[in-house]
Design a binder for this molecule. Structure first.
Ligand code: SF4
Length: 167
């Protein structure tokens, strides 16, 4: 049975521990991203470039692609998505475990790009939630790195409560 609201208080010290634990989990998640590259078109060249030694996304703990959605927490949609591919992308997203994040890499993934036709999806956010949009056709590697760092800031700031019930 729930106690009245005025008596619901966290035990002394638990709030401090929860805050520290949140910071630690956020920091660990921030530097242990496992991207799943869903690569369909010419943006792939920039994706390869940003993964190469010159730009080295390993510096950000985000360079180890996993080719199973069950082992990934960052879905990078790189290139044009057609209506035929949309259910496959949706399934890949659903197979990923929580917490998970999505990057729309380039103009096509973000909005359909210059494809104004019946075949191309006008942005992946029509079928899955997107956490970060990276503009450009294709985006420059520096833009991608800037986007990854912004997403990392958000991941680090996320809260991860160990106690979900109020006292
Ligand atoms: S945004 Fe430009 S480079 Fe990227 S997949 Fe679309 S057309 Fe190709």
């Amino acid at each position: 049975m729930n106690r009245p609201a005025e008596t619901r208080r966290a035990p002394p010290g638990l709030e401090f521990l929860t805050t520290k634990k949140d910071e630690f989990v956020g920091w660990a998640r921030k530097f242990s991203l496992f991207p799943y590259p869903f690569v369909t078109a010419c943006c792939a060249m920039e994706f390869m470039s940003v993964s190469s030694t010159l730009y080295d996304t390993d510096r950000f703990g985000a360079a180890l692609p996993r080719f199973s959605p069950r082992q990934s927490d960052l879905l990078m949609v790189v290139g044009t998505i057609t209506h035929k591919q949309a259910p496959v992308l949706r399934r890949v997203y659903e197979q990923m475990c929580e917490p998970k994040w999505v990057i729309a890499f380039g103009a096509c993934a973000t909005s359909g790009g210059f494809y104004q036709n019946y075949a191309a999806l006008a942005g992946i956010d029509k079928i899955i939630p997107v956490d970060l949009y990276i503009p450009g056709c294709p985006p420059r590697p520096e833009t991608v790195i800037d986007g990854i760092m912004k997403l990392q800031d958000r991941i680090a700031a996320d809260r991860h409560p160990i106690v979900t019930e109020t006292f």
